[in-house]
Design a protein around this ligand. Structure first.
Ligand SMILES: [Zn+2]
Length: 147
């Protein structure tokens, strides 16, 4: 049973890496190089619910860029006599290129992780739900001001 769940999770992550909707596997995540669809064109699953959810993908991207750059730097440093200062421009360029080129797969993987934790699902009434939750918050914040 656990193996089955693990294989399912790996399959969902693979779907995210392929830049497809983790819910249905058919819809594309991106409308352009950096611009994402808000919802899946096939199943209407909402990819991001709140502001700042994309930060998780960026953390993954930055971490992978830095880890691979450091491993590369120390490997080259151990195997060759190239001074560290001469290597520096290459590894800075490598990090920037890695961040740009891996941006989409990192976002796709992060959306797959959010899907696995229950945060990506179809909801046609999203705007109505969102507006209702805003009006629910207003009275409590007002009542705190008068205390
Ligand atoms: Zn979908």
């Amino acid at each position: 049973m656990r193996l089955r769940r693990l294989l399912y999770a790996l399959n969902v992550l693979k779907t995210g890496l392929r830049l497809h909707c983790p819910h249905c596997g058919r819809g594309k995540l991106f409308a352009g190089w950096f611009r994402m669809h808000e919802t899946c064109p096939y199943c209407q699953a909402r990819y991001e619910r709140g502001p700042g959810e994309a930060l998780g993908g960026m953390y993954v991207n930055v971490a992978l860029a830095e880890i691979t750059a450091l491993l590369g730097f120390f490997t080259i440093d151990a195997l060759t006599d190239i001074p560290a200062l001469w290597q520096l421009p290459f590894w800075v360029l490598y990090t920037v290129l890695f961040f740009v080129l891996f941006f989409r797969p990192a976002r796709g993987m992060w959306i797959a992780v959010v899907y696995l934790t229950g945060g990506v699902y179809p909801d046609p009434d999203y705007m109505r739900e969102y507006q209702r939750s805003e009006t629910d918050v207003a009275p409590t914040s007002r009542s705190k001001e008068h205390e």
